[in-house]
Design a protein around this ligand. Sequence first.
Ligand code: ZN
Length: 340
Amino acid sequence: MLFPTTIAGSLPKPAWLAEPNMLWAPWKQDGAALAAAKRDATLLAVKLQEDAGIDIVTEGEQARQHFVHGFLERVEGIDFSNKVEMGIRKDRYKAMVPQVVAPLRLRGRVHADEARQARAHTKAKLKFTVPGPMTIIDTIADRHYGDRVKMAFAFADLLNEEVRALEADGVDMIQFDEPAFNVYMDEVRDWGIEALQRAAKGLTCATAVHICYGYGIKANTDWKETLGREWRQYEATFPVIARSTIQQVAIECRNSHVPMELMALLEGKVVQAGVIDVASDVIETSEDVAAVIGEAMKHVPKKNIIATTNCGMAPMRREIAEAKLVALGAGARLARKRFG
Ligand code: ZN
């Protein structure tokens, strides 16, 4: 089937699980009630995607407070009680981040519950997202390794342990989220891509990397204003990724200033093209979605195109996100009819 659909990863959480419409949203439950609420929300996330005609579903990232710290919470060697302020993504925003204070080790499984819950309740292909090593070290302070690259490789090993276990849980695709790849282009070439490949080592399921310009929050939209008329960050990273073992690249296209012809630099890769804008509450029409797919086809063989959202939808209003899911499914159907 042409143009299978997926989402970047996250969906908004129900108001009974976490404070709505924000990032880093506090949980509304704790203990066993929180665990149960996460399982229920995971089930809803899967159902909403299936009903919208999404082919490769996720667990909606319902069980994690943040796409990076959801992973870090299960890592030993991190001090969460003494957070420090750090400028992240080259100082685009300040965040209170935990500190690495001892050798890093996984304290058991990280995402087993939600991966198994999603797997048990859908026959659709299941994609699971984890943060990439470069993005992790850009979101945490180092008080132990004294060398951020060394710390990145330590995280890559932990990620590898978890993603192999996720594959064993029945996950069909592992996607590493690396927004930092759009910020530190030289470092991607020098060590970032190697760290990423180390994190994906030994996987036999599909592998993907998501590189984006971030959620539709103010710090990101302000930053985008400074990037000029054409956003060419991908131009430096795509050739590096094209030579890597990572099979798919998820990028933003809809309402983006990224020149679409840059996709041609991803020769041989499957491109997950963002056809849904997550920085706008305007619901795309089927025509809007099909038009982006049509543009992507000029630069990528159509059999290598997956339609997705530009980025996660975690901070959006639920009804908007749900309408956008439906638009994604409907738009891909139109594209199949038109370009099939
Ligand atoms: Zn993103």
